[in-house]
Write a protein that binds this ligand. Structure first.
Ligand code: ACO
Length: 429
């Protein structure tokens, strides 16, 4: 495709307009339709934003056709193999891999912001014991605005930097506290001598009665999953964060909105839904029945963990997790029949004409739940794990937007309701 402007002509008025082509460093060319309404009087209609770029960004690149994912130019495969989640967080936030001293300073800052105000724990204890942890997370993270209201001006670079670190540091503390509230266990405070994932495991699973041994295999597996979930350009929750951010709302409100959006089963809630689905299928012998349900337009059942708006090829994160799944289960000595079931389901789906024609492949969530389960996380916490990791991406995207604020996000609509009519008194209706 060329970089020449595209000229569109309104046949009714014979008016023409040149639409400039915007080219990023990579990716498909994009038409700038800014002047379309002003000059020709038309809006554009794109439900689900399937063909709309909402912003420019330097953070994450995806080529869905080729199955490519890169953070700041670095292939996800290299980061998964060689980096750590905290280093990836630095990369996503600031654009470059850190030098040693930069890494140490960042790691120190994240470590020393992990504690939360004791009143926040009081707030958590107010939830019913069986509240879904994602419901708690959305509320509790939003409430951080009430604790840090003196330092959360999105226009102030220092406030922004502090809020970014606070959010990344406190998410695991809050997540673990929500889980412990459900279990009826006392709060476990963050231990500075541990690294990010070790500390989270300790806050989740340690009990006062006995020492808790952190399994290095579990900490490493968690770190890998967090790297893979850290960012994914303008997905539904990130777009939500940006939209809320465009109003000038505080960072805690923006991230709380992102958490709420992530919870949906078509998005981050899919990892929980995959495990529920595998349990529902139960046995390899039932796979054909559920495949038929997934293909039936009149049946709401979908193969959870399959399909993606952008990837029309194998999700590169799914390939990494699939491999890790075998290694982690072997290392932990876990024999989970759900893994065998998932593999059988994948094998059949990848050969099935329905899935092949629609380019439906396993996505990041298809295998992640099996690893989380092997690490001891309950199903209801799976999407919370996603939220912890994705906070890095949300915050990076919010920082990028806040550094160069655009206009408030305000889509339009095609109105299909009644045209004007007169009010009728209730006695006459
Ligand atoms: N099972 C069965 N059929 C499917 C599935 C699926 N998982 N996903 C898509 N299809 C079908 C659709 O019914 C549609 O068929 P049609 O052309 O005959 O109407 C076609 O494939 C295209 O699907 P759309 O829904 O138009 O694709 P869209 O891009 O809007 O949705 C989504 C993508 C939401 C991810 C979808 O594939 C889905 O619901 N998957 C299951 C949930 C899931 O795993 N979500 C996690 C996504 S990754 C993430 O957020 C981390």
């Amino acid at each position: 495709m060329s970089d020449k402007p595209v000229i569109i002509t309104d046949q009714a008025t014979d008016q023409s307009l040149e639409l400039p082509v915007i080219r990023g460093t990579e990716g498909d060319p994009t038409l700038d339709i800014n002047k379309l309404y002003k000059n020709l009087g038309y809006f554009t209609y794109d439900p689900g934003f399937a063909a709309t770029a909402s912003c420019t960004s330097d953070i994450t690149f995806i080529d869905g056709g080729k199955g490519i994912l890169r953070y700041r130019g670095y292939p996800i495969e290299q980061l998964a193999e060689k980096s750590t989640f905290v280093e990836v967080a630095y990369l996503l936030l600031y654009g470059e891999l850190p030098a040693n001293d930069e890494y140490e300073a960042f790691r120190h800052d994240i470590t020393y912001h992990t504690m939360v105000h004791e009143k926040l724990n009081t707030f958590i204890s107010g939830f019913h014991y069986d509240a879904h942890p994602m419901a708690m997370m959305a509320g509790v993270v939003g409430s951080l605005a009430a604790f840090y209201h003196d330092r959360m001006d999105p226009k102030d670079p220092e406030h922004r930097a502090l809020a970014a670190k606070r959010l990344i540091a406190k998410m695991p503390t809050i997540a673990a506290a929500c889980y412990r509230h459900h279990m009826g266990w006392p709060v476990a405070y963050p231990k500075n001598k541990l690294n990010y994932c070790e500390r989270f495991l300790d806050m989740m699973f340690s009990v006062p009665a006995e020492p808790y041994e952190i399994n290095p295999v579990a900490a490493k597996a968690l770190d890998l999953l967090f790297i893979l979930h850290a960012d994914h350009e303008q997905n539904a929750s990130t777009s939500t964060v940006r939209l809320v951010g465009s109003t000038g709302a505080n960072p805690y409100a923006c991230i709380a909105a992102g958490i709420a959006a992530l919870w949906g089963p078509a998005h981050g809630g899919a990892n929980e839904a995959v495990l529920n689905m595998l349990n529902q299928i139960g046995d390899v012998s039932n796979v054909p029945k559920y495949m038929a349900k997934a293909k039936d337009r009149d049946d709401p059942f979908r193969l959870m963990g399959f399909g993606h708006r952008v990837y029309k090829n194998y999700d590169p994160r799914a390939s990494i997790i699939r491999e890790a799944c075998h290694e982690v289960l072997d290392d932990l000595g876990v024999d989970d029949p759900l893994l065998e079931l998932a593999m059988e389901l994948e094998k059949i789906a990848l050969e099935d004409e329905y899935f092949v024609r629609r380019k439906l492949y396993p996505n990041v969530d298809f295998y992640s739940g099996i690893i989380y389960k092997a690490l001891g996380f309950p199903t209801s916490m799976f999407t919370v794990m996603f939220a912890i990791a994705r906070t890095v991406g949300w915050v990076s995207q919010w920082l990028e937007q806040s550094e160069n604020p655009t206009r408030i996000g305000r889509p339009r609509q095609v109105y299909n309701g009644p045209t004007v009519r007169d009010y009728v008194e209730i006695s006459s209706r």
